[in-house]
Design a protein around this ligand. Structure first.
Ligand SMILES: *Cc1c(COP(=O)(O)O)cnc(C)c1O
Length: 358
């Protein structure tokens, strides 16, 4: 089949041996080999998340564990801080599950600040906060290290972080930051096909969840935890064993390259795209400190016909990413995560230059 290079922020291109791992013959999900596989993936995940907390997998995309965590951990009321479409998703999930929640959405392109978090939590109204680490709709990265300082003042609040589009591309140290549930998904910087989600779970989070009623069934955090941690390394229903085979290989790639090298490669990719964008267009996120390491949003200041650009790129073997939601047409995005190299990106950007006559 015709293979195109994906420059969208997920799904991403998957390495051949990771894809091949998915065609491993099937094994029972109740045999020791499967528990060993899940245990191996969990152990590597702990390293990637810089945590000692147990790891839970879910056969769903990342949204499944967002639902699991906010529904299972909110006893009183959750506050959602949003910097874009995926922040808003946290709130929609809460509403859809009858979880009491408030949302504070800032202007797209600006971050959530520690002061804002402090302002909400000091009311004492909330026992959960949900935040996006890397907002894929706009390409902003929230200052979680600064926010973590404020979180220390609120040891009873459970902190949920969506790192779906950053884990594996940017350093995020769950334990140092005090993140209770750190969530990611297979198809972004982890370089695996879509269909598997993962999170770390702190003692505080699971103890809270045990006191919450109506946690749902498929995404009940307590049930997922019981199988993953107490059994251990099992899954309440039938997991996508194929995804675990793939993740095992993909995580090996990451550790073989070395975490620092992987993070540096993503940062170099980001700088390369940002330089190109600043030369030909304009950056949506001006401050590099809060710029996403995995996806860059570029303002379409040349008013290029992005629909036509996308069609022409497809003919030449690339999948283009328009702006997200309300930013479609007026901006576009370049994903630079997972196995992406600077050479791939250069080739892609030069093709755009050629098409638009830049
Ligand atoms: C892609 C994405 C999601 C949604 O993840 P799914 O795996 O598609 O459910 C959530 N948050 C962010 C930041 C994302 O980039």
């Amino acid at each position: 089949m015709d293979r195109k290079k994906l420059f969208i922020p997920g799904p991403v291109d998957v390495a051949d041996d990771v894809l091949a791992a998915m065609s491993h013959h099937m094994i029972s999900h109740r045999v020791p080999e499967c528990a060993e596989l899940q245990g191996r993936c969990a152990e590597k995940m702990q390293k990637l998340m810089f945590t000692k907390n147990p790891i839970i997998f879910s056969t769903s995309s990342g949204t499944g564990l967002m639902e699991s965590s906010i529904r299972s951990c909110t006893k009183k009321r959750a506050v959602v801080f949003s910097v874009g479409a995926f922040g808003n998703r946290w709130f929609e999930i809460a509403q859809g599950n009858n979880v009491p929640a408030d949302k504070h959405e800032v202007e797209w392109g600006t971050p959530n600040t520690p002061e804002l978090v402090d302002q909400y939590l000091s009311t004492g109204k909330y026992d959960v906060i949900a935040l996006t680490h890397n907002e894929t709709s706009t390409g902003i990265m929230n200052p979680v290290y600064e926010i973590a300082e404020v979180m220390k003042k609120y040891p009873d609040v459970v902190w949920l972080v969506d790192a779906v589009s950053s884990l594996g591309g940017a350093k995020i140290e769950a334990d140092k930051l005090g993140i209770d549930i750190l969530i990611s998904s297979s198809q972004k910087a982890l370089g695996v096909p879509p269909g598997l989600a993962v999170c770390s779970v702190s003692d505080k989070a699971i103890e809270r969840a045990r006191t919450v009623e109506n946690r749902g069934y498929y995404f009940d955090l307590v049930q997922l935890y019981k199988y993953a941690v107490d059994k251990p390394h099992q899954y309440p229903s039938t997991p996508s064993v194929s995804h675990l085979f793939a993740l095992d290989v993909s995580l090996d790639h990451i550790f073989k390259e070395g975490l620092d090298n992987v993070f540096k490669r993503h940062e170099d990719n980001m700088r390369f795209v940002r330089q190109w964008a600043a030369k030909h267009f304009e950056l949506f996120i001006k401050d590099e400190k809060i710029a996403s390491r995995t996806v860059t949003t570029i303002k379409n200041t040349k008013e290029a016909d992005l629909g036509a650009l996308s069609k022409e790129l497809k003919k030449r073997g690339y999948i283009f990413s328009n702006g997200y939601g309300k930013m479609k047409g007026v901006s576009f995005r370049v994903a630079h995560m997972a196995e992406r190299t600077q050479a791939d990106i250069k080739e892609y950007l030069e093709t755009i230059e050629d098409i638009l006559g830049l």
